[in-house]
Design a protein around this ligand. Structure first.
Ligand code: AFP
Length: 280
């Protein structure tokens, strides 16, 4: 596991650098889910892939930007699934974006998720980890090029932020009512359009709700289980919060049938997730 964390720590500064200086234009290709790719999506994917493939403990690598799994070491223990540049459609406006990693033991299914890590490329380069049997920890890249430990992250019982995605005209009445009820209670709207940044804000500000609901045009939501939803579900649970699907099911209990499977998702502290459950 340490070997994988080290590889992520080597890849992240290279991506942060690419975000500053590399070409921000579109490539001519699309990824597996039909999203138009930036040259930076492809470059970030290559940077991460090239570091991860050196790890003896990795059996296979699954990337949001690639089709299928790449087998690395037949005797490796882990499968690493990652989103190399989450929120990349915000690169042009210089918003914070990130990379998300789920580390699965054996098969890539929810119950095998052992650890999750994300990096966030903002004014600072930060890394958040939830390793096996460990608390959620925040690190920051220092001038010396090393990630220094900053603090452990724990959610309060109740927060103040409400971040909800997708096109509102496609929301269900249940979702719209939930969102309205939280605003009526005094919650503040915070939504950048990069889940890493929005979930990071809620974690560091102590709590709130992030939701990406089912919509009429995307009944299974948009966010992908293996590289986006499950890693954050693990991090939120470890931080004392919860992650549930639209029907209230624990996200970490969802059956994964395909690499690019999506699910509606709700992440938050205990109070907000109870509100989600009560709204059903
Ligand atoms: P991009 O990586 O294409 O920018 O998408 C970002 C994302 O997957 C996730 O980070 C956001 O929460 C979500 O999509 C935003 O989608 P909406 O614009 O539909 O709310």
């Amino acid at each position: 596991m340490n070997e994988i964390l080290k590889a992520i720590k080597l890849a992240a500064p290279k991506i942060a650098d690419a975000l500053k200086y590399a070409d921000k234009g579109y490539a001519t290709s699309e990824n597996q889910t039909g999203d138009r790719q930036l040259k930076l999506d492809i470059l970030s994917d290559e940077i991460i892939f090239n570091e991860l493939k050196k790890c003896q403990s990795i059996k296979a690598i699954i990337s949001e930007e690639r089709e299928g799994a790449d087998e690395i070491n037949p005797n490796g223990k882990y499968i690493v699934a990652y989103d190399p540049l989450d929120g990349s459609s915000l690169v042009d406006v210089n918003f914070s974006v990130g990379s998300i990693f789920g580390i699965y033991e054996g098969e890539a299914i929810a119950s095998n998720l052992k650890a999750a890590v994300y990096t966030i490329y903002g004014a600072r380069l930060e890394l958040v980890s939830a390793l096996e049997n460990e608390a959620v920890k925040l690190y920051q890249l220092g001038k010396d090029g090393e990630f220094g430990f900053v603090k452990e992250i724990a959610l309060s019982q109740k927060g103040k932020l409400n971040a909800t995605g997708a096109t509102q005209k496609g929301w269900s009445e249940t979702h719209a009512k939930l969102v309205r009820a939280l605003f009526n209670e005094g919650y503040r709207l915070r939504y950048s359009g990069a889940m890493v940044a929005d979930l990071h804000q809620i974690l560091l500000k102590g709590g709130g709700l992030f939701s990406y609901p089912a919509t009429t045009d995307a009944p299974n939501g948009k966010l992908r289980l293996l590289f986006e939803v499950l890693p954050f579900a693990l991090i939120y649970e470890r931080a004392g919060g919860e992650g549930v699907a639209a029907n209230g099911t624990r996200l970490l209990d969802i059956k994964v049938n395909s690499f690019h499977q999506t699910s509606p998702c709700y992440f938050g502290s205990k109070y907000e997730i109870n509100e989600v459950k009560n709204s059903l």
